[in-house]
Design a protein around this ligand. Structure first.
Ligand SMILES: Nc1nc2c(ncn2[C@@H]2O[C@H](COP(=O)(O)OP(=O)(O)O)[C@@H](O)[C@H]2O)c(=O)[nH]1
Ligand SMILES: [Mg+2]
Length: 317
């Protein structure tokens, strides 16, 4: 059993146990986890949730360590979670390289949790969302969710955070090719990392290039996406990133957008879960199980239209 008082007082053992429960695939654990989350719901939501993405090698781990240490020096408690689409194959590859966050992981006010392996309903995103709530109940006031820029996971992370940050390389040569346009549209900020040594000027050029590119995007009503540079290695510009997010929070709070965005994220996620649950119900329905193969065959052989076949299946529900 999870000790709720211990969890709420910030006990990491209790938190880790709760996360393990949330990640479990056993139906009985699922139920226990949902009960726990419902009990804790009033204690959740009090953090800033920040998504961080970027191609491998851009410096995500180095940045998160520097950023996390900065936040801790400001008196914050920081949780680092990962959504790693490749983890079932490579075994938690994003935060697997804990060596890169050695200093952060030794901090008492830091909690680092690698990506769950593929979850059932709602997948890894569902588990990460639930883990985020548990961390909030345990008193973490900044949640960093890291993901690799390889496809679907950026969308999933952007849909669960308040602020989405895309790390970039100083690379004035092929600026716009390096980043998918869709990802640009998700970004609340582009941060050009490795603005140090010989790359300082290149980073500046890249900065102005992206600033111009961002003009093409509309952004939020109250927030134009920002572009900044930093050096995670030399710990330069890290505090500026935090100030920028503070600015965002203030603006978003002032016009109700902060809570509005979260409310919409929850509603959209609910809709997505309904779809997944329906699909599961379909798959598990014995009548449908019996009928589906024959109908598929009929469609393959052009004996009935896909519409008719789909309708017959749905009518069995
Ligand atoms: N020069 C420079 N190198 C950096 C910086 N941040 C990270 N690196 C280096 O870039 C490499 C990849 O960094 P890492 O944090 O593992 O990137 P990740 O794959 O995105 O997590 C490592 O060798 C880092 O030391 C930086 O700000 N400046
Ligand atoms: Mg890394």
């Amino acid at each position: 059993m999870i000790n709720i008082d211990q969890l709420k007082s910030g006990n990491r053992r209790a938190l880790a146990k709760a996360i393990t429960l949330v990640e479990s695939k056993l139906d009985s654990h699922r139920e226990q986890a949902q009960d726990l989350l419902n009990t804790l719901l009033p204690d959740t939501g009090k953090s800033v949730r920040i998504g961080i993405t970027g191609i491998p090698g851009v410096g995500k781990s180095t940045f998160i360590e520097a950023f996390g240490l900065h936040l801790i020096s400001q008196g914050k408690k920081v949780a680092v979670l990962a959504v790693d689409p490749s983890s079932p194959i490579r075994g938690g590859s994003i935060l697997g390289d804990k060596t890169r966050m050695e200093l952060l992981s030794r901090e008492e006010n830091a909690f680092i949790r690698p990506s769950p392996s593929e979850g059932a309903l709602g997948g890894v995103a569902q588990k990460t969302r639930e883990t985020m709530l548990l961390c909030e109940a345990a008193g973490y006031d900044v949640i960093l969710v890291e993901t690799v820029g390889v496809g679907q996971s950026e969308y999933e992370v952007a849909a669960m955070v308040d602020f989405f940050l895309v790390l970039m390389l100083p690379n004035a040569g092929d600026e716009l090719q390096g980043i998918k346009r869709g990802i640009m549209e998700l970004a609340d900020a582009l941060v050009i990392n490795k603005a140090d040594g010989e790359s300082v000027n290149l980073a500046k050029q890249t900065l102005s290039h992206y600033k111009n590119a961002l003009h093409l995007l509309s952004g939020d009503s109250f927030w134009q996406p920002r572009v900044q540079t930093c050096s995670a290695l030399e710990k330069k510009g890290i505090d500026d990133v935090w100030s920028m997010i503070g600015e965002y929070q203030t603006l978003a709070n002032d016009n109700g957008a902060f809570l509005g965005k979260r409310a919409r994220q929850n509603r959209d996620w609910m809709k997505k879960l309904i779809q997944e649950m329906l699909e599961l119900k379909l798959k598990q329905n014995p009548k449908i199980k019996d009928t589906l193969p024959a109908l598929e065959q009929a469609v393959l052989e052009n004996q009935t239209t896909p519409y008719n076949a789909a309708k017959q299946i749905i009518d069995l529900l």
